[in-house]
Structures are given as structure tokens and as C-alpha cells.
Design a protein around this ligand. Sequence first.
Ligand SMILES: NC(=O)c1ccc[n+]([C@@H]2O[C@H](COP(=O)([O-])OP(=O)(O)OC[C@H]3O[C@@H](n4cnc5c(N)ncnc54)[C@H](O)[C@@H]3O)[C@@H](O)[C@H]2O)c1
Ligand SMILES: O=c1ccn([C@@H]2O[C@H](COP(=O)(O)OP(=O)(O)O[C@H]3O[C@H](CO)[C@@H](O)[C@H](O)[C@H]3O)[C@@H](O)[C@H]2O)c(=O)[nH]1
Length: 336
Amino acid sequence: MRILLTGGAGYIGSHTAVELVGRGHQVVVLDNLVNSSVEAVRRVEKITGAQIPFVEGDCTEHRVVERVLVDHGIDAVVHFAGLKAVGESVSQPLRYYRNNLDALLTLAETMGRVGVRDLVFSSSATVYGDPETVPITEGSALRVTNPYGATKLFGERILEDLAASSPDWRITVLRYFNPVGAHPSGLIGEDPNDIPNNLFPYISKVAAGRLSELTVFGDDYDTPDGTGVRDYLHVVDLARGHVAALDHLGSQKGLRAFNLGTGRGTSVLEAVRAFEQACGRPIPFRVGPRRDGDIATCFADPGQANRELGWRAEHTVAQACADAWRWQSANPDGYR
Ligand SMILES: NC(=O)c1ccc[n+]([C@@H]2O[C@H](COP(=O)([O-])OP(=O)(O)OC[C@H]3O[C@@H](n4cnc5c(N)ncnc54)[C@H](O)[C@@H]3O)[C@@H](O)[C@H]2O)c1
Ligand SMILES: O=c1ccn([C@@H]2O[C@H](COP(=O)(O)OP(=O)(O)O[C@H]3O[C@H](CO)[C@@H](O)[C@H](O)[C@H]3O)[C@@H](O)[C@H]2O)c(=O)[nH]1
């Protein structure tokens, strides 16, 4: 298939491009580079030996999207493009709603007009908010606690209505848990612009001596060691989940949502220890107050993706730490 990856220069999109090319698909990347570098696409070419057409452009522009879909004879789209920082979405809600919803609406309208109706959408475990029970199944209640999460929940609702409007649409919503790690080549990985908000990129910078210490956001949660528990999923496993979702799309009717996670929870302190093992040096940390909006525990029941997509996460957190460290060590300034 010829697959358009919107946001394909980003962290998850670049890893997915590698896996799709490895499975014999052709990929085209559309990205406005607001949070990424074209160097990521060049590195994907280096890993795969394939040429990846790259279009610098915005998903909120009908003409741009239409030209890419038509000129490249696209069969299916994976829609990664979006802004993703929770804290920033609280201080800049309109920018988040405008970008994430406008991009989805423009993409879906244009796809409908030119007759491309197979779509995979990047959603997030954030749509479950603070879950009543874990592990979280796809049937768990949906509720959100910040504007970023709302853009994902509204995106899912828009796509449900679209799928219900015509049987021609085949749409898969993938709810990612916590993607971490990097490609084992060390050539591509997560490249946050600023001081990282997320745990793994922060630990990587501390390990590299770029930041002095980690602050553990609270050790008084109702968890085995008091620190927050999350479902950390190796980004290569996550990327393969997209390959599985696209393979499944042909036999699918309407919209389906799947959790992509490992089903295992890891605490902040366990993650710190695993990273110390991987990099062979101590990660200095101190315990600080809880971060606003954080929850104690979040991990997936990935059973539906295991059964229906034939997908399961294969890497351990230890492997994710080793790969993240290889990427960080070889690229201390990311793609810059
Ligand atoms: N990384 C996570 O923890 C996580 C978790 C759950 C869901 N997601 C979702 O997965 C998707 C990919 O995330 P990521 O971690 O790779 O983020 P990323 O920021 O690395 O990649 C997103 C890409 O989209 C591009 N982009 C943003 N707005 C655009 C627009 N209007 N037009 C064209 N390109 C645009 C950015 O330049 C970037 O390259 C996002 O939708 C994100 O919300 C990420
Ligand atoms: O400097 C830090 C950063 C994080 N944490 C803790 O580490 C855990 C993981 O935090 P983080 O990596 O920021 O992930 P989440 O808060 O779980 O949120 C991520 O994962 C969600 C589920 O996929 C997505 O919706 C969000 O966009 C994404 O930021 C939490 O317990 C945090 O309190 C720290 O203790 N110190």
C-alpha cells in the first residue's frame, strides 16, 4: 500500500515509517515540522534504504492535503500530526483545539472528497482520564482532564460519526499508553525541543549530564512504592501496532478502537533503576510534590489488540532504556 503519514517526521511517525517500509509498504510523509526535523526522515531513509517522499506542509490546508493524496496515489492514511504537550495545552487551549481538530477535519474532508477512506488515528490513554479500575479496557469510561485530551476525545467522536455516516469508511483509533525508547540503530528517537516534560526523555538528559537531577513527582500515591505507575511501551512495538492495524483495516467494518500497551505497570522508581542499569551510571533524583493532574496508576488491557490485530508488545522496559540511551549518547543534541 501507499500510506500517507501525517506528522511522520515526529517521534512515533518516524519509527512507524521504518516498520511499514520493512513490511513492503511505500510511505509518504506530510509534516509542518512544528515539533520535528526533516533529518528524522533522512535517517529513516538511511535505516531502510528506501526513498521517502517528504512534503513540508500543514494538515489544516485543504489544498496541501489534496495534492499529497492525489499526487502520490495514497491508499490509506495514518494521522499522527498534532500538538501533544499536556501542560502547554492548558496554557494555550485554543492553539491546541485549532491545530488538532482543524487538522483532523481538513484531512477527513479531503480524504472523503478524493475517495481515500482508510484511516488510522493516533489517540491516547489520556481519553480514560483517571480510570476507576486497571487494567483499562476499551470499554472503560471516557473522560478527559485537559485540552490536549479533549482534542483526542473529540477527534474520536468526529471519526465515530464519520464512520457511521457511510460504510465506505474504515477507521482505526489507536489509544497509545506511554511510548518510550528508540530504534535499536540509535539513528532515530525522541527529540524534545525544550526541557522534557515526560519521564523517559528527562531521565535520558539527566543520565547524559545535561540536566542535574530528576524530580520524582510524588511518592505518596497508593502504589507499591508510592510513585506513579504507567504502561511504558517500546516505540518499535507501538510502530508495529500500526502495521497490524493497517493489515486489519481491509477486513474491518466501520470504526474500531484498540489499546496499545504492554499490560504491565512500572513505577517511576523502577524506571529510574532500569535506566541506571542501561547506562551504567546513577540517576540523581529527589522527591518533589505531585504534579497537577497526574494520576496514580494507568496501564492497559491490550487483550483486544492481541486477539483481533494479532499484535502484542515484545520489548521490555530494560530494552527500551538501552535503546533510549543509545540514541541519547549518539545524538546528544537530537537532530540538531
Ligand atoms: N508520545 C506520546 O506520549 C503520545 C501518547 C499518546 C498519543 N500520542 C499522539 O501520537 C501522535 C504522534 O506523537 P509523537 O510523540 O510522535 O509527537 P511528535 O510531536 O514527535 O510528532 C507529531 C508531528 O506532527 C507534526 N504536526 C503537528 N501539527 C501539524 C500540522 N497541523 N500539520 C502537519 N504536521 C503537524 C509535528 O511537526 C510533529 O512532527 C500525536 O497525535 C500525539 O498526540 C503521543
Ligand atoms: O520529571 C518527571 C516526569 C514524570 N514523572 C512521573 O512519571 C510518570 C510518567 O509521566 P509522563 O512521562 O509525563 O507521562 P504521563 O503523565 O503518563 O503522560 C503521557 O502519557 C499519556 C498516555 O499516553 C499521554 O496522554 C500524555 O500525552 C503523555 O504525556 C508520572 O507518574 C509522572 O508523575 C516524574 O516523576 N518526573
